[in-house]
Every structure is written in C-alpha cells, then in structure tokens.
Design a binder for this molecule. Structure first.
Ligand SMILES: [Zn+2]
Length: 104
C-alpha cells in the first residue's frame, strides 16, 4: 500500500492518480515506487561528463563526502566517473537522500 503525497490518502499500488484529490502520483514516486529526486537529470549527466573528475556531479546531488574523495582520486582515475556516468545514464543514480535522479 502506498500513500498520496498530496493528501495522504491510501491509494492502490498500481494507481497513477490519487482517487481522492486526483493528483498524479508520479511526481514523487516512479514506476518502481521509489522516491524521485528533484535534481535535474540533464544537469547531473553534463556535470559528470565535463567535470566528473572533480566530483562536481556528486556535489550537485549533495554527496559531499564522496565528491571530495573523488577529487583526491581524480575520479578513481576516470573509472569511478565512468561508472557514475553509466549509472546516471541508466537513471539509477541517487542523491544524498537516496532519491533516484530520473530523466524527465
Ligand atoms: Zn491525494
């Protein structure tokens, strides 16, 4: 069972709209019932591509600790950045709250 993020009403697992207030349930919950970040997917992937070795995309999503680690390792000599890039591309990258950054 999940809950409408707007009015708090119980809604069916596969419902796309809240039956009570009529708002879309996909603003906060994606298809797999995971919370979706409000961070911009395009900004994240561009920052990763151009400034990934400086961990800028991780700063952007609020992952400060790993962002700093990324600077010191130069993005794991590029490998870590490449892995991040693929994860972002697949829409599985998460922000500091564990919310998925989806392509909008
Ligand atoms: Zn509602």
């Amino acid at each position: 069972m999940k809950y409408c993020s707007h009015c708090g009403a119980e809604v069916a697992e596969d419902a796309a709209f809240c039956p009570k207030c009529g708002s879309s349930l996909y603003d906060t919950y994606g298809e797999n019932n995971v919370a979706v970040s409000d961070k911009d997917w395009l900004a994240t992937i561009l920052l990763c591509w151009f400034l990934g070795v400086f961990g800028i995309h991780r700063f952007y999503v609020g992952k400060i600790g790993s962002a700093i680690a990324m600077i010191f390792t130069l993005g794991g000599l590029g490998i870590w950045v490449l892995v991040d890039f693929i994860i972002i591309l697949c829409g599985d990258f998460k922000d500091k709250d564990g919310k998925v950054i989806k392509r909008s």
